[in-house]
Design a protein around this ligand. Structure first.
Ligand code: V47
Length: 368
């Protein structure tokens, strides 16, 4: 009986999906509230296929490198940030960073460097521009996916200039695209609780808006599994969808499951998210975000076996080989810091999908 009621609740949404109609806030909430996980997954997969998706599942050969973990913001969910005075604080010079990147490149020919940092109050825009310029000169074929909108906003505050000015300087130096972090949850109530020192949502959106208009594509994220409500999750997704309608520059959406270890929230008793919630967020994102082409099941965050299942819940990307991930490791991730290409291929194939190695802009490099 309960199942029949659930089927009824999803039936009008299925009709909308089949008719290619846009889902609204209430639909999103109904999806979040359902316990019929398998029906939800099936619906998300249907939506993905109806919107042109096929069996291809993407990954990139990439590496995560960090310039600095020094951060002025005290986000309660973060275990990565340090103050300058802490023993394990680091701020690499451009030459140190480039030397390390080149050494790593000789070992594994990654096509992308993914870099997210703390909001370091002790270095200015020129520090970042110099690094991008030197890195691009040393590794001209490697795509540089650098700096969250929060970092860009921080740089603009330090330099007293606009987001466009920061983005243009970085683009001229060799910036390729941007990661999606800093989004957290857009609702003011949540932002004040989890990241009181962070820029308001409007600034995050302005950075992405300006990036898209300058031809810089970006990703977007949602950090879930802490104090947010279902309503605030859907509100978050709808704000992203609205921005995408305007500028179309988001390549992918990545749900980030809150990892509590070594964070303020751990001391308050917060726990890791469950697999059911992880799959639900992937599926609802695919259904609601009808204009963002790719939904990533980031294996670092959810583990490769769960990421594999997520491919049947609307995801079509497992992110990449990653190598040297630090932010989630600091907060208790147990999934490791690197995957071999063969292992990603094996998991994608055993999910019944076709592994496709992509570049950072979703051009196909190789398929299995
Ligand atoms: O904004 C930090 C999240 C983001 C924790 O664009 C945490 O492909 C969970 O930008 N538990 C930064 N999440 C990382 C980021 C990112 C990550 C993966 C893929 C992409 C992409 C970008 O990481 C932060 C915050 O939302 N984060 N600490 C934590 N303890």
């Amino acid at each position: 009986m309960a199942v029949l009621q659930e089927l009824d609740a999803l039936a009008p949404i299925r009709e909308k999906v089949e008719a290619g109609e846009r889902l609204d806030f209430e639909d999103g909430l109904t999806l979040m509230e359902t316990d019929d996980l398998l029906a939800l997954g099936e619906l998300a997969d249907l939506a993905r296929r109806l919107r042109g998706g096929n069996d291809d599942v993407y990954f990139v050969q990439n590496i995560n490198l960090y310039q600095t973990n020094v951060c002025r913001v005290k986000c309660k969910f973060c275990a990565f940030a340090r103050t300058n005075k802490q023993e394990d604080a680091f701020t690499l010079t451009a030459d140190e960073f480039v030397e390390d990147a080149v050494k790593q490149y000789e070992v594994s020919k990654f096509t992308e460097i993914h870099t997210v940092n703390g909001e370091n109050p002790h270095v200015g825009l020129e520090y970042y521009v110099e690094l991008i310029r030197k890195l691009k000169a040393a590794l001209p074929d490697v795509h540089l996916k650098f700096y969250t909108a929060s970092e860009i906003h921080h740089m603009s505050k330090l330099e007293d200039c606009t987001h466009e000015e920061v983005l243009s300087a970085l683009k001229d130096a060799g910036l390729g695209s941007m990661p999606g972090g800093g989004a957290e949850i857009f609702a003011d109530r949540v932002r004040r609780l989890v990241a009181p020192g962070k820029e308001p949502a409007e600034e995050w959106f302005d950075v992405h808006d300006k990036a898209h208009r300058l031809g810089i594509t970006t990703q977007c994220t949602m950090l879930y599994g802490h104090v947010e409500t279902y309503e605030e999750r859907i509100d978050h997704m709808l704000r992203l969808r609205e921005q995408q309608d305007k500028t179309g520059g988001f390549l992918s959406f990545i749900p980030l499951a809150f990892h509590p270890e070594n964070t303020v929230f751990e001391r308050r008793g917060f726990r890791f998210t469950t697999g059911a919630d992880d799959l639900k967020v992937i599926a609802v994102a695919r259904l609601v975000l009808d204009n963002i082409p790719h939904v990533k099941a980031y294996w670092i965050m959810m583990g490769l076996p769960m990421a594999q299942l997520a491919l049947h819940f609307g995801a079509n990307d497992v992110q990449g080989t990653v190598m040297r991930e630090k932010i989630f490791q600091a907060a208790g991730a147990t999934s490791g810091t690197e995957q071999k290409i063969e292992e990603l291929v094996r998991f994608i194939r055993e999910a019944g999908r076709t592994p496709v190695q992509r570049d950072s802009l979703y051009n196909e490099l190789r398929r299995w």
